[in-house]
Design a protein around this ligand. Structure first.
Ligand code: NDP
Length: 483
């Protein structure tokens, strides 16, 4: 096996295997080759992980934040030193080209660890003067947190949840997607090597049932999910039963608006990044590209020329720009949407079919003349399929951009900065870009509105979702009781 881990789970600082759990395989989506054999967590394994987290958390929370940060700093350094190895593992597990994983996956995970390592010692409470008396607040960790990941950015998602959880004194049990089980285990090993005490970062494998068992467990104080809206609804409801804190990073169908005065080359480049990077498997993708009618022909001409030159192929080849989708099922789903787009009368500009006859590749696809009611303009496809829609006026495009249950992200391309800020203010989206797209540095809060999510990852905002506030009233005089 090219990427066989030492065992399926990592709990309490140790590799754990339980062959009673259902067996599953991890496949390399470019060839279908089996790269690892694993077992799902049994109830015993799930219990062991939660118990390990519970036992370790109290002592960790009691440590000075600067000490916790030091461990995360060391982990970030190890990740950077092993970037090549981790990137190859991520490429094998996801099929994303090495050209991407070398710069975007483990590297952004290291950024998160570094950011929250530095943030932890700066966290303070408030002092509140009350005349004779006073009050102050303490920021406390939540306790045992659960992280559940999607398959598109496995190590980044694990780090985006582990870094704030651990920095602020929590313990985490992380369940990666069954499609991409491997890099979270590598992260667990690295955190241990960096000096993280046993039990604070545990990885268990399994599907939806395993995730559901974690979410409903009374030992768990917080759940952070990265996944689709339907899964989010279920997880949020279960977490709500237990009155748990949540972060929900869910799907989207984000608008990217190109006004007539935009720099068209940059707008085309951003639209391609926002639809074809990671073979289109990115939650924030600008999959509804609204182009002003005056520049539509020029936009499509440039887009078709550049899209036709995208290099697909072996993801481990440094020259490859686009790899396969994550699985046969995802490829079938995306090809189904392409068929639907044709049936509904959208104009196919390029792509529109499977690429090659092995692996889960789909050619980068552009549809023009898409209307708002077509399925390809309404549903999240999660593949390399761009829908180009025309518009005439600013008011019209804002109304149409907002006419969706999703609200994850949005982008605006224009040279008129007054208009850019005005439009961004009117867009119902958690993350917006002006003359850029899909950049998500750890310094910037990230998350959605409407059905796309609740809460924020990254930036200072993450503090709200991994800590709770304790208010302390300090009586400095006599107790004035009326009886
Ligand atoms: P899914 O919603 O299918 O799964 C997400 C995770 O939840 C997986 O680990 C899955 O397990 C688990 N899960 C499934 N059912 C339950 C349940 N009832 N209780 C607890 N956990 C459960 O999403 P995908 O993995 O298919 O990822 C793609 C989706 O993720 C897209 O919609 C995309 O937009 C979204 N996403 C959002 C991001 C954001 O930050 N907003 C970023 C990246 C992706 P398993 O799959 O192993 O069965």
């Amino acid at each position: 096996m090219r990427a066989q881990p030492k065992a399926s789970h990592f709990i309490g600082g140790e590799w754990v295997e339980d062959r009673e759990g259902a067996a599953f395989e991890s496949l390399y989506p470019a060839t279908g080759e089996v790269i690892a054999h694993l077992h799902e967590a049994t109830p015993t394994v799930i219990d062991r992980a939660l118990e390990a987290a519970r036992e370790a958390q109290e002592d960790w929370a009691a440590r000075p934040p600067i000490e916790r940060g030091r461990v995360l700093h060391r982990a970030a350094e190890i990740i950077r030193a092993r970037n090549r190895e981790l990137s190859e593992l991520e490429t094998l597990d996801t099929g994303k080209p090495l050209q991407e994983t070398l710069v975007a996956d483990a590297a952004s995970g290291a950024d998160a660890l570094e950011y929250f390592a530095g943030f932890a010692p700066t966290v303070t409470g408030q002092t509140i003067p009350l005349g004779r008396d006073m009050a102050y607040t303490l920021r406390e960790p939540l306790g045992v947190c659960v992280g559940i990941g999607a398959w598109n950015y496995p190590i980044q998602i694990a780090c985006w949840k582990a870094a704030p959880a651990l920095a602020f004194g929590n313990a985490l049990v992380f369940k990666p997607s069954e499609m991409t089980p491997l890099s979270a285990l590598a992260l667990a090993e690295i955190l241990t090597e960096a000096g993280l005490p046993a039990g604070l970062f545990n990885v268990i494998q399994g599907g939806g049932a395993c995730g559901a068992a974690l979410v409903s467990d009374p030992r768990v104080a917080k759940v952070s999910l990265t996944g689709s809206v339907p899964t989010g609804r279920r997880v949020y409801a279960t977490a709500g039963e237990g009155i748990k804190t949540v972060t929900m990073e869910l799907g989207g169908k984000s608008p990217l608006i190109v006004f007539e005065d935009a720099d068209l080359d940059h707008a085309v480049g951003a639209a391609m990044l926002g639809n074809f990077y990671s073979s289109g498997q990115i939650c924030t993708n600008g999959t509804r590209v609204f182009v002003h009618r005056a520049v539509k022909a020029a936009f499509l001409e440039k887009l078709a020329a550049r899209t036709g030159k995208i290099v697909l192929g072996d993801p481990l080849d440094a020259a490859t720009q686009m790899g396969p989708l994550v699985s046969d099922a995802q490829m079938a789903k995306v090809l189904g949407y392409i068929a639907q787009g044709r049936k509904e009368g959208a104009r196919l500009v390029c792509g529109g079919a499977r690429w090659g006859d092995t692996g889960c590749f789909v050619a980068p696809t552009v549809f023009a003349d898409v209307s708002d009611d077509m399925v390809i303009a309404r549903e999240e496809i999660f593949g390399p399929v761009m829908a180009v829609l025309d518009f005439e006026s600013e008011d019209e495009v804002v109304t149409r951009a907002n006419a969706t249950e999703f609200g994850l992200a949005a982008g605006v391309f224009t040279r008129d900065l007054t208009r850019a800020h005005r439009v961004v203010a009117a867009l119902e989206a958690g993350t917006c870009w002006i003359n850029a797209y899909n950049l998500t540095p750890v310094e910037m809060p990230f998350g959605g509105v409407k059905a796309s999510g609740v809460g924020r990852e990254n930036g200072h905002a993450a503090l709200e979702y991994y800590t709770r506030v304790k208010s302390v009233y300090l009586g400095l005089g006599d107790v004035d009781a009326p009886y």
